[in-house]
Structure formats: C-alpha cells, structure tokens
Design a protein around this ligand. Structure first.
Ligand SMILES: Nc1ncnc2c1ncn2[C@@H]1O[C@H](COP(=O)(O)OP(=O)(O)O)[C@@H](O)[C@H]1O
Ligand SMILES: [Mg+2]
Length: 359
C-alpha cells in the first residue's frame, strides 16, 4: 500500500514560515495534484515528502510507515523535476538504466526493465540516441522512464511540463493520465497550471501562501470553492468577482446590492445581523445568462471566438470587468452593451475575510 500521509508537516527557513503545520492524506493509487501560485510552498512540500528537505516539525508516512528520518533512496519513491537533467554522454537506454545500475541489479533484469519501461513511454525506437538528438518532450519522457524504472510506490512530479511548449504540454498531459492508469502508482503532481490540475487530478490540493486552502475533487472545487483564493485558483477564464453589500437576508438566501446599485439574489446564507456587510460575489463566465433585466451590464471591450463558444470581455462602468461565455455563433460588435443575470444558486458569496458563505 502506497498511501502518503503527512501530519503536522511544517517548514521554516530561519524566521520565515514556508509551510504552516499541514495534514494531508493521499490514498493508494491516487493522482493528487497540488496547485498554487509560484512561491506558495509546493516544491518545499514535495521535497519534504521525498526526503530532500528536512521538516521543521511533523511526520511523513508512506504506506503507513514513518519515513520522516529515512533517506530519499529508502522511501520507495521517485521524483521528476521541471529540469530533466539527463546524462548527455549516455544513450537513452543507459540513462534509463542508470538507477538500476546504481542499485547493482543483475544485467538481465536491467535489460528487461529498460525494455518494458521504454515500451510504456514509447521510447523503444530512441533507445540508442543521446539526449542531444531528442526533442524536449522526448527528453522529458526519458526522465520519467528513469524515474519509474525502479517501480516506485510513489511518483512525485514537480512541474514536469513547465519547460515544454503549449502543444507538447497538452500531449504530455494525456500521457500522464495514461501512465497513471498503467502504473497504478500513487502520483503527486505539482503545477501552477490549473488546467493540468483540473484534467489530471482525482483530487486537487489548492495551496495559498504556506498553507493548504482546500482539498477536493476538481468539479467540487470548481463549483464550491471554500475561499476566494480557491475560487481564483480554479477555472479559465477565471471566475468573475465583484464587490457587493448584503441588502437583506430571508428564508431563501440573501439579496445583494452591486456597487452600481443593481440587485441580485444568492442562495447563500447569512445571519440577519450581516445586513450592510461588504462581500465579494463570484460568478463563473458560463453562468452569466443573457437577460434584459439582469443586474450585470457592460460594454464589450474584447471578444474571443473559440469556435464552439466565445468569451465577451465587458467593461463595467466603475472600472470593473466581467467575462461572459456566449454561444459560438452569437454575433457581437465591439462596444455593444450586454446585460446578464445569474440564477441564485450560481451566485457564490465570500465574506470580507474571503471565506465562502454557507448555503
Ligand atoms: N532554501 C531556502 N531558503 C530560504 N527560503 C527558501 C528556500 N527554499 C524555498 N524558499 C522559499 O520558500 C517559499 C516557497 O518556495 P517553493 O516551495 O519553491 O514554492 P513553489 O514551489 O510553490 O513555487 C518561497 O518564498 C521561497 O523563496
Ligand atoms: Mg516549485
């Protein structure tokens, strides 16, 4: 069993806390993706799981066994980095075989395992080449092959695609999904790209500065972010966020007043005493519905046609902006004023501290 459990894991560099005490449990065979902005502590967390960084406090358990004090090589895991340093003077086959040679595995086993892993990653025709004769994507596949050749129980990946061009990233993303299916290994994948997180993860761990903001299935985080930070981190184009105040509270939710005086409803719940409180409302671009009486209004400043659908970027009068998703065949002219509404269950409300109101 290759579960990964971290308990109260903490990292300080001098007086700076890079990771506040953190608990997290990853199931055997799970594909967990850690997503968050640059500098929030993702790599530090992963490196502590790998044993490459010493925790200031807390424990790391792999398969239920406490490995906090174990050397990286004794943890049964492998790590793939953003910069896939291959040995330039070795062939692809020799690069992949390297960890097995270091572990002094018998020659026949080395040959068989390299062949099997090369087959999995479609590297068989390239085995005699040197890294200089490979494309970026092929090199990254070799570094993955090298990581999995010892059949790690847990595979850690730190932004493995961020050095690749956009087209290759999409292809490699699909390869990771397939690889996970084939290996059945527990995978922990770090990225700052929410699209990678949404498409690859069984569960997403959203990190903000030095802490885990929320853990959940991709669509749950998308639909029900617990905080503004998570709402912002998930979804492209991003969620629309607008300042508002609570105008009234009743049995079916709350009535909100936008800064231009327009009113709308949400099924979020608030205490009666919160009337007048400033909040932020969140509404996804695809949940803005054309409505000639709707509260959201703006002039089209930019129109992006993607084919099956389009995005209209609207400038609202007060300097704010809104993005609305429209059908691909909807004709729009720049400067045109559009008006939208949103169903109350689509309207998310966050308090002044950034926490989602319950519903
Ligand atoms: N060895 C170190 N000494 C001091 N600060 C560090 C060290 N390593 C990382 N940090 C700091 O810790 C924070 C988190 O870094 P990191 O885990 O690399 O973030 P991420 O991978 O999310 O971009 C950053 O502010 C970084 O500057
Ligand atoms: Mg990093």
């Amino acid at each position: 069993m290759a579960t990964v459990d971290i308990r109260g894991l903490t990292k300080r560099f001098g007086t700076t806390t890079v990771l506040e005490p953190t608990d997290l449990s990853i199931a055997d065979g799970e594909f967990a993706v850690i997503v968050g902005p640059s500098g929030c502590g993702k790599s530090t967390l992963l490196r502590m799981i790998a044993g490459l960084e010493t925790p200031s406090a807390g424990r790391v358990l792999i398969g239920g066994e406490d490995v906090t004090d174990a050397a990286p090589a004794d943890r049964g895991l492998a790590m793939v980095f953003q910069s896939y340093a291959l040995y330039p003077h070795l062939t692809v086959a020799e690069n992949i075989a390297f960890p097995l040679k270091v572990a002094r595995r018998p020659r026949a086993e080395v040959r068989d395992r390299v062949a099997a892993v090369a087959e999995t990653l479609e590297l068989t025709p390239l085995l005699d080449r040197r890294p200089a004769a490979l494309s970026g994507g092929q090199r990254q596949r070799v570094s993955i092959a090298r990581a999995i050749v010892r059949e790690p129980r847990v595979l850690l990946l730190d932004e493995p695609l961020s050095n690749l061009d956009a087209e290759l990233r999409v292809r490699m993303r699909h390869e990771f999904a397939r690889l996970h299916g084939r290996l059945g290994a527990t995978m922990i994948y770090v990225t700052h790209d929410q699209l990678e997180a949404m498409t690859l993860a069984n569960r997403i761990v959203v990190m903000g500065a030095g802490r885990v903001e929320q853990v959940g299935a991709p669509l749950d985080l998308y639909a029900r972010p617990a905080s503004l930070a998570v709402a912002r981190a998930i979804g492209a184009p991003g969620i629309n966020l607008l300042p508002a105040t609570i105008d009234a509270v009743d049995g079916s939710g709350i009535v909100l007043r936008l800064s231009d005086g327009q009113m709308l409803r949400s099924i979020a719940r608030a205490e009666g005493g919160s009337v007048g409180a400033p909040v932020t409302i969140g509404i996804r671009p695809e949940h803005l519905e054309p409505d000639s009486d709707g509260p959201f209004v703006g002039a089209v400043e930019l129109f992006e046609r993607l084919g099956p659908l389009s995005f209209a970027h609207l400038g609202a009068g007060d300097g704010g902006s809104l993005v609305a998703q429209l059908p691909g065949d909807r004709a729009v002219t720049l400067g045109e004023r559009l008006r939208f509404g949103a169903q109350p269950f689509r309207v998310q409300v966050f308090d002044a501290a950034g926490d989602a109101l319950p519903r």
